[in-house]
Write a new protein. Structure first.
Length: 326
């Protein structure tokens, strides 16, 4: 499901009663050329509709069966068309073959199969949780609706605020005392996947009046992010989705430092001075940033040293170390 489709579904569930009232008004007083627009939209909607993922129609109404349907289904059930009609169907006033009862008999079979599969998946997940002693998510994914705020110190009085909408980060604003107009972006411009924030896995550091450095981990996947947010509009915003943040218990990083990887190197920047350093792996490793510990087991980064222990595709541990001055 696409990002915008998912957002629409969430809004429909949240505003169900308002949505029903809207549909009732449209039904009672349809706009001009509604059928024309509906016909156009219908073709687009069916391109991304999977009936088997929902089946609500078959639970409340009967399908109509064409002759090809009758041939195909009766053959699948090892029945003749006459036997299939006699057992399941009737002919309505318009001559269409319809189900004798609702919900559809085939829908029920499919529904029970899904229930059995779902129960099996739940049981497997519970067993996995009991064996590992850990939950699935990186941090608490409880829906947060409060704005997340950070404040700097004198003499600059910097500030950063993240508004939350439908449990997800919406807008991001940052400023300082000498800035005439605060800067603002929408989160989804830079992070397109659905994420959840928690105050236990987010921090912000202010580099005088040059940059605000926002670091956070998505509580759903554990993926680390860093946003470098310049105060000057002429300077480009930098977003990093391979961040190695110290919210992860296996990653130790000095509070003044931020670290990230591009699969072939580890980069470190001092967010108070702007100085940076780099350590190379000498080759590029396959990494899934949503499952970073499959490749990067641990890191320990100070202003004098970068240490990382990687795991190659054969399961071998490979240590890397470099002295730095930050």
């Amino acid at each position: 499901m696409s990002y915008f489709t998912r957002k629409f579904v969430n809004k429909v569930l949240q505003h169900r009663s308002r949505f029903r009232r809207f549909l009732t008004r449209v039904e009672n007083n349809p706009p001009k050329e509604l059928d024309v627009y509906a016909d156009i939209i219908d073709k687009e909607v069916w391109k991304e509709t999977n009936c088997l993922a929902c089946a609500n129609c078959c639970r409340t109404m009967t399908p109509t069966y064409t002759f090809k349907d009758l041939q195909r289904i009766s053959k699948h059930l090892n029945m003749t068309i006459s036997q299939f009609k006699a057992k399941w169907l009737y002919k309505d006033k318009e001559g269409e073959w319809m189900n004798v009862s609702t919900p559809c008999q085939f829908c029920l079979n499919y529904f029970f199969m899904r229930i059995i599969l779902l129960l099996a998946l739940v049981a497997a997940f519970c067993i996995s949780c009991n064996n590992s002693g850990k939950g699935k998510t990186f941090c608490d994914t409880t829906c947060n609706s409060d704005t997340i705020k950070f404040s700097g110190t004198e003499p600059f009085d910097q500030g950063l605020a993240i508004s939350i909408r439908d449990c997800e980060p919406d807008s991001l604003k940052w400023t300082h005392k000498g800035l005439l107009n605060e800067r603002q972006i929408l989160f989804r411009q830079f992070v397109t996947q659905s994420i959840r924030l928690n105050k236990s896995a987010i921090s912000c550091s202010f580099q005088d009046t040059t940059n605000a450095w926002l670091a956070f981990n998505d509580c759903i996947t554990g993926r680390g992010y860093i946003f470098k947010l310049p105060y000057r509009k002429g300077n480009q915003i930098t977003t990093i989705s391979g961040a190695l943040n110290s919210f992860d218990p296996k990653f130790s990083v000095d509070p003044d430092l931020r670290a990230y990887t591009d699969r072939g190197n580890i980069y470190v920047v001092n967010v108070t001075t702007g100085k940076d350093a780099q350590m190379t792996f000498k080759k590029e490793y396959e990494m899934d940033f949503n499952n970073i510990h499959k490749t990067i087991d641990t890191i320990h980064i100070t202003k004098q040293r970068i240490y990382a222990k990687l795991i190659d595709k054969d399961g071998n541990e490979i240590p890397f170390e470099k002295k730095i001055e930050l």
